[in-house]
Each structure stands twice: as C-alpha cells, then as structure tokens.
Design a protein around this ligand. Structure first.
Ligand SMILES: NC(=O)c1ccc[n+]([C@@H]2O[C@H](COP(=O)([O-])OP(=O)(O)OC[C@H]3O[C@@H](n4cnc5c(N)ncnc54)[C@H](O)[C@@H]3O)[C@@H](O)[C@H]2O)c1
Length: 316
C-alpha cells in the first residue's frame, strides 16, 4: 500500500558514503522502499558490504572528484534519488587544524556535496523530476566550537543546499527537490574514534541518535521534501537561537561543555570497546566480549539508549 507517499518508490538511488554509518542505514531504508541502491563509497569493500545487504550495487567513488560524480550519473539512466551523505570529521579549535586536514574536510564535506548535487541536477533538471537529499548536520545551523572547521564546512554545505533549492524555485523547476538534513550526533563509526576525544564534546551536547532513526528522517524527505529538516526538530530551533545570539551563547558555554563532557564520559563507559576493557582469550564471552571494535554500535544494534538533553548547544 503506497498510502500518502508521493516520492519515488522505483528507480535508482545513489548514496554517497553508503558503505558505513548513516549512509548504510539510508541504503537499507531506500531498498526497503523499492529503490535500487548504488552504495558509492571511497572504501569499495565497505560499499560492497552494503550492496550485498540491500541487494544493490557497489561503486567506488571519491565525492571530491567532480568528474567521477558526473560519470556515475551518466551511467545511471533511471536515477531518481541522490543522497550526498559522505562526510569526514576532524576536531579541535580552528587554529589547530592543519591545512591538509582543513582542505580535505572542505573537499569532501563541501565540494563533495556540491559535486554530487550538480551532477544529479544534470539528469534531474532535463527530466523535470528527482530528489537530492543532502546530509548536513546541526553544525550547519550553529557554529560548533572544537569542531570548528567541520562546522564551517557544514555551514557552507547548508548554504549551497538551500540556495540551490531556491534557485530551482525561482526558475519554477518544481519537480526537482533538494532537501537538507541536519541531525544531532549519531552513533556511527565517525564518532567511535572520538568517544574519548574531549574536543568532540559538541557531538554529545544533545541527543545521541541511532543511524536508523536518522535514516528514517532522511527517506521521509522523499515524500515531504523540506529545504531544512533538523533531527530532532527541537534541537534545530535551539541551534538557530544559539546562532542568532552568539554573545549570549558564549556566557553559557562553560556549563554546556561541562554537561556534554559528562554525557560523553558516560557514553564511553556504556559503550566500552576491547581497547578499554580487554577480554582474556580464555574467558567465556560476556556482554562486552562481543564488542569488537566498532560493532557495539553497528546500525541497528544500539549499545546504549539515546539520551536527550534539549539544553545543549551545538552538535556535530
Ligand atoms: N555521526 C554524527 O554524529 C553525524 C552527525 C551529524 C551529521 N553527520 C553527517 O552524516 C554523514 C555521514 O556520517 P557518518 O557518521 O555515517 O560517517 P561515517 O564515518 O560513519 O561514514 C562515512 C562514510 O563515508 C565514506 N567516505 C568518506 N570520505 C568519502 C569520500 N571522499 N567519498 C566517498 N565516500 C567517502 C566513508 O568511507 C564511510 O563509509 C556525514 O556527512 C556527517 O558529516 C554525522
């Protein structure tokens, strides 16, 4: 039963960064909806794992390569959906991020998203229909101290996404839609390596989400497109408020960071990995023995309940 659906339920969906984390969860949701999925990832082995899981196709793609994005579009005649999800995170104050890291973050998080969007539009605009879903972050709505450069990339990504949607509206190209998704922290491989990183506190400032919950919100945008959709919605409103009052926000920053660090430490304890709590080889496997690196939080197997704190400041 299609119900109130108006978005595509057939054709092909490309998911960049589809090999892991949120991208893999989105791929699962899109396949369940009836779309053929191309998991496009710089890590081909990871893309192949997703493709096998969803009965789709794996494709090696570096989103920073504009020509490669265009070639993928050209080779996908029934393209209906393009999800720009690939992204990378490095933490630290703005001055501490070296130039190569800064440039790579902009290449992937900004140029990668622009490459994917413009490539997809080459097919969608002549056809008069198609959906681009851009995975941004709450860090696109409000500056994220200590994830400063990452936040800068996400601001640029959001401006491009909303701006291009308005470009389409202005030209009355109503069949082509661009939606941006701005989630709070998500428990994916992106954060696994940062669980003990004090500079990653913005990712723990609010609600730690599970990939499938965010994937559901991403795929729902196909039926109800929106220029910007925050997850959770209330955190988006709060992020905008903080962004509008940077002077005031600076006063409350110490308390926000303190609370976030407390939540991050609790999260690290609840999601301990073998490096933190090794299991002797002969020991019978207990609950934590199964937690080989990363698997404690593979999509769909949450190791801890989400926590909700609507008072936090930026996310990641
Ligand atoms: N995890 C979070 O807390 C969080 C919160 C808000 C937004 N986001 C955003 O969600 C998106 C997905 O993040 P995630 O948490 O699933 O990350 P992740 O690191 O778990 O997975 C990212 C995937 O992208 C791939 N990738 C990296 N660089 C690539 C490139 N140049 N070309 C193609 N693929 C590439 C990786 O190989 C990996 O498979 C990112 O844009 C991220 O910024 C993440």
């Amino acid at each position: 039963m299609i119900g109130r659906r108006s978005g595509p339920t057939s054709g092909t969906a490309v998911v960049t960064g589809g090999g892991a984390g949120l991208g893999a969860a989105i791929a699962v949701r899109l396949a369940a909806r009836g779309l053929r999925v191309v998991a496009a990832d710089i890590d081909l082995a990871a893309a192949e794992r997703t493709a096998e899981r969803v009965g789709g196709v794996a494709h090696r793609l570096d989103v920073a390569d504009a020509e490669a994005c265009r070639a993928l579009v050209a080779g996908t005649p029934d393209l209906a959906v393009w999800v720009n999800n690939a992204g990378i995170l490095a933490t630290g104050p703005g001055w501490s991020t070296d130039e190569a890291t800064r440039r790579r973050m902009f290449d992937v998080n900004v140029h990668g998203l622009i490459n994917g969007t413009t490539a997809a539009l080459e097919a969608f605009r002549p056809a008069g229909r198609g959906h681009v879903v851009n995975v941004v972050s709450l860090a696109g709505l409000v500056p994220a101290p200590d994830e400063t450069v990452y936040g800068a990339t996400k601001h640029a990504a959001l401006a491009f996404s909303v701006g291009t949607q308005l470009d389409l509206v202005r030209r009355k190209e109503k069949g082509v839609r661009i939606s941006a998704l701005c989630p709070d922290g998500i428990w994916t491989p992106m954060l696994f390596d940062h669980v003990d990183d004090p500079d990653a506190w913005p990712s723990w400032a609010g609600t730690m989400l599970q990939p499938d919950d965010v994937a559901a919100a991403a795929v729902a945008l196909l039926d109800r497109p929106a220029p910007v959709r925050s997850v959770p919605r209330a955190r988006g409103a709060l992020a905008r408020l903080y962004a509008a009052t940077p002077g005031l926000s600076a006063h409350g920053l110490r308390a926000v960071v303190w609370r976030a660090h407390r939540k991050q430490r609790a999260w690290a304890t609840e999601n301990a990995r073998p490096a933190v709590a090794p299991v002797p080889p002969a020991a019978a496997p207990g609950p934590k023995a199964a937690a080989v690196p990363g698997t404690a939080a593979v999509p769909g197997t949450p190791a801890a309940a989400s926590s909700t704190d609507p008072t936090g400041t930026p996310d990641a």
